[in-house]
Design a protein around this ligand. Structure first.
Ligand code: UDP
Ligand code: MG
Length: 460
C-alpha cells in the first residue's frame, strides 16, 4: 500500500517536473539548465511534501526530514547513474533499456531510504493515520467494581427543518429511555430537549405536539436560525440534569451508544465522546475530505478527537466550565477537549440519515472547516511569515542573478517575463496574505462586539 502510494507520487512528480521544464523552456524562454533546475526543484518539493504527509504520514520535523530526503534522493540518483553506466559499458543494451533498468535501484533505494531514514516516525501502514494513533486505547473497566447509580439525564437534540424525522426520533428515544429507566440507570424524570433552530417548516409545531403527548419531551425555540453549533450550545447551557448528552436529530448516530456513555460516566469519566467506527455510509467525497481535514487540524496543533462529531456526554461540571467560554465563533469540537477533565470514548457505527436532507451542504461544510482552523490555530499567520521570508529570499536571488547578467554578459535583454511575472507573483502573494490577516481581523471584530450567540424565544 505504501509502495503504491510512493509510486503514484513518483509518477505525479515526474509529470509535474517535466511539465515545468517544458513550460519554462517554451513560455519563459529559460535555457535547458535553468528549466531543469526549476523543474527538479519543484519536483523535489512536491514529492517531499506528498511523501511526508500522504505516503508515510510522517510526524518528523520538516527541515531535518527534508535534508534526509535530499540525501536519499542523491544516493538513489547516483545508484541510478552507476547502473546505467555499468550496463552501457558492459552489455550491448541500448541506452533506453539501460535507463529503464536503472530506474529499479533508483526506486528501491528511494523507497527504502524514505521509509526507514527520511521519514522515521510514521503512522501505521494500511490506513495509516497519525491522528488516529493519538486516541487513547479503549478504556476498559470492570463493571462489578463500579457502584451502580441512577443518573439524571437530559438529551439535547438540535433540529433544523427536521419534521420528517422527529416522530421516529422521539419513538426511538422513548424506547431507549424506558429501557434505561427499567434498568435503573437513569431517573424516571430524565428528559429530551429539542432545540428548534429557527426552522422554516413545521418542526416547532411538531415539537409542541410531541411535548404535549410525551411527558419526557421538552422544546427550546430559538428566535431564528443560528446554525448547528449555536443551537447545540443553547441546549447545553439551558437545560437541567446531572449529565447532558447531545445527539443529532437525524438518527445517524447509533442511540444505543448512550447506554455505554452513561456507564462510563458512572465509572468516573466527565466527558464521553462518541466516535464513529466506520465512515462507510458517508459518500467517498465526504469521508475523504473529513479525514484530510482532521489530519490538517492536528498538523496545525488543534486538539480534536478524530472522527468525533457532536455526539457526546458531558457532566454538569464540564457544562459549567463550558459557560466560561464566551467566544462567538463557535467550534465545540475544538473547545471541549480544552476543558480538560477525564474523558473516555465510545465507538459506534454511523448510519444513513433517516429522512430529510443533510443541512450541511458543501458551502456550510467548508465554512465550518475554516472556522475550526482559524478559531484554534494561528498557524496560517506563521505560515504567512515563512512565505514572506521565502519569497523575499527568492526575489533577492533573482535580483542578484539579474545584476550578474547585466554586468558580466551581453544577454541583458529587457525581458517581458522578468518584469511582469514578479509583479503578478508578488501581487498574488500579498493579496493572499492580506486575505488571511483579514480573516483573523474579522474574527476579532465579531468577538469584540460580544453579541449574544442565540436568543431563546420559548422553552416548553
Ligand atoms: N442543524 C441545526 N441547525 C442548522 C443545521 C443543522 O440545528 O443550521 C441540526 C440538524 O437538524 C441535525 C444536526 O444539526 O440535527 C446535524 O445536521 P445534519 O444531519 O444535516 O448534518 P450532517 O450529519 O449531514 O453533517
Ligand atoms: Mg446528519
Amino acid at each position: 500500500m505504501i509502495l503504491i502510494r510512493y509510486l503514484i507520487v513518483g509518477v505525479a512528480n515526474t509529470l509535474v517536473g517535466l511539465g515545468t521544464i517544458y513550460f519554462a523552456m517554451y513560455f519563459l524562454h529559460f535555457n535547458v539548465v535553468q528549466s531543469n533546475a526549476l523543474g527538479y526543484s519543484i519536483g523535489i518539493l512536491l514529492s517531499f511534501s506528498l511523501n511526508k504527509t500522504w505516503t508515510f504520514s510522517s510526524r518528523d520535523h520538516i527541515t531535518s526530514s527534508f535534508i534526509r530526503y535530499l540525501l536519499v534522493l542523491g544516493i538513489a540518483y547516483t545508484a541510478n547513474l552507476a547502473t546505467v553506466l555499468f550496463i552501457c559499458s558492459h552489455f550491448y543494451f541500448s541506452p533506453y533499456i539501460a535507463q529503464a533498468i536503472g530506474i529499479i535501484p533508483y526506486t528501491a533505494i528511494g523507497f527504502l531510504g524514505s521509509r526507514y531514514f527520511a521519514f522515521r516516525t510514521q503512522g501505521q501502514s494500511g490506513t495509516s493515520d497519525a491522528v488516529e494513533n493519538k486516541l487513547p486505547n479503549k478504556v476498559v473497566f470492570d463493571k462489578k467494581s463500579v457502584t451502580p447509580r441512577i443518573v439524571d439525564v437530559s438529551i439535547v437534540v438540535p433540529c433544523y427543518n427536521e419534521e420528517a424525522v422527529l416522530a421516529e426520533t422521539t419513538s426511538r428515544l422513548a424506547d431507549l429511555l424506558q429501557q434505561l429507566i427499567i434498568e435503573r440507570s437513569i431517573t424516571p424524570s430524565s428528559r429530551v430537549y429539542y432545540v428548534d433552530d429557527g426552522s422554516s417548516d413545521k418542526t416547532w409545531e411538531l415539537i409542541e405536539y410531541l411535548a404535549e403527548t410525551h411527558e419526557f419531551v421538552h422544546g427550546i425555540q430559538l428566535s431564528r436560525n443560528r446554525g448547528h453549533q449555536n443551537a447545540l450550545l443553547a441546549g447545553l447551557l439551558s437545560v437541567e440534569g446531572e449529565v447532558i448528552i447531545s445527539v443529532d436529530a437525524d438518527l445517524q448516530d447509533d442511540m444505543s451508544a448512550i447506554k455505554k456513555m452513561i456507564e462510563y460516566y458512572i465509572a468516573g469519566y466527565d466527558i464521553v465522546y462518541g466516535v464513529r467506527d466506520a465512515r462507510e455510509t458517508d459518500t467517498f467525497f465526504k469521508s475523504f475530505t473529513a479525514k484530510a481535514y482532521y489530519r490538517l487540524l492536528s498538523m496545525m496543533g488543534v486538539e480534536i478527537i478524530y472522527n468525533h462529531a457532536d455526539y457526546r456526554l458531558m457532566s454538569r461540571q464540564t457544562i459549567e466550565a463550558l459557560k466560561e467560554f464566551s467566544e462567538v465563533n463557535l467550534f465545540l469540537r475544538g473547545i471541549i477537549p480544552q476543558l480538560g477533565f477525564s474523558y473516555a470514548i465510545v465507538y459506534y457505527d454511523r448510519a444513513e440519515r433517516y429522512a430529510g436532507e443533510s443541512k450541511y451542504p458543501l458551502k456550510k461544510m467548508l465554512s465550518f472547516a475554516w472556522q475550526g482552523i482559524t478559531s484554534f490555530s494561528s498557524m496560517p499567520l506563521h505560515f504567512i511569515t515563512a512565505l514572506g521570508l521565502l519569497v523575499s529570499l527568492i526575489s533577492f536571488l533573482i535580483t542578484a542573478w539579474a545584476i550578474w547578467i547585466r554586468l558580466f554578459t551581453d544577454d541583458a535583454v529587457p525581458g517581458w517575463a522578468s518584469t511582469v511575472l514578479p509583479i503578478y507573483f508578488l501581487g498574488g502573494i500579498q493579496l493572499l496574505c492580506l486575505g488571511v490577516i483579514g480573516e483573523y481581523l474579522a474574527k476579532i471584530y465579531s468577538e469584540t462586539k460580544r453579541r449574544p450567540r442565540y436568543i431563546i424565544k420559548k422553552i416548553i
